[in-house]
Design a protein. Structure first.
Length: 221
């Protein structure tokens, strides 16, 4: 016996009953009640999953959002301290994006943000965490990576962004660049201070000419 599971007028599954003998009408009624209950339960689960996704993700880029990044970075810092392994953070900001936005308009500028998000996801490891921090700012948290390896990875990412081909339909868009700040965790550092270090390094990259990578040093003001 196969009973479709409905939720809001749509089939969300099939309940299949395999009996050794004929199913009585009374049992069929019970099975239909169970099917209706399962349909509602599956629909509620689907709604919960969508809400969870929406709470964790940035709607524009589908990267993680700022709230989730702060929470997961706190966990990663605790894990790094327990394991004695470094945690690295990358803070990047698209250069001159306001003028880019003025030239092409918000819709096209959004296409650029989405294209950059896809590039970031292709460039990181499966356990790294990429986030849209806000506007044209992005943050990436990378566990278990030496500073030397981090420098090479970020420099390659900078080049990839610079060489990224951007299109809006048939229109070829002006290429973009980004400025990067990187930092490596110290024992006991807070999420706020960790992010501030990477942000300070990024601002130094902006100040010294943009489209470059700077790492945090404690002489920054």
């Amino acid at each position: 016996m196969c009973i479709p599971l409905f939720a809001q007028g749509e089939v969300v599954g099939i309940l299949h009953i395999d009996a050794l003998e004929e199913i009585s009408p009374e049992d069929q009624q019970i099975i239909e009640i169970i099917a209706r209950t399962l349909g509602i339960a599956l629909n509620n689960l689907s709604i919960k999953q969508r809400l969870t996704h929406d709470n964790l993700r940035d709607g524009m880029t589908q990267l993680f959002n700022q709230s989730y990044m702060q929470s997961i970075t706190e966990q990663r810092l605790a894990e790094a301290e327990r394991s004695g392994q470094p945690l690295s953070i990358i803070y990047l900001d698209i250069d001159n994006f306001k003028s880019y936005n003025s030239r092409y308009g918000h819709v096209t500028a959004n296409i650029v943000l989405q294209g950059l998000a896809k590039l970031l996801l292709k460039s990181i490891r499966s356990f790294d965490i990429a986030c849209r921090w806000g506007g044209e700012e992005f943050v990436i948290v990378m566990p278990n990576m030496t500073l030397e390896t981090l420098r090479k990875r970020v420099e390659q990412l900078r080049l990839d962004i610079e060489q990224m081909q951007l299109r809006d339909g048939d229109q070829i868009l002006e290429s973009i660049t980004a400025s990067f700040g990187i930092a490596v965790s110290d024992p006991g550092i807070t999420v706020k201070d960790f992010l501030n270090r990477a942000n300070q390094a990024m601002l130094e990259a902006k100040r010294t000419g943009k489209n470059r990578v700077r790492e945090y040093v404690n002489t920054y003001n």
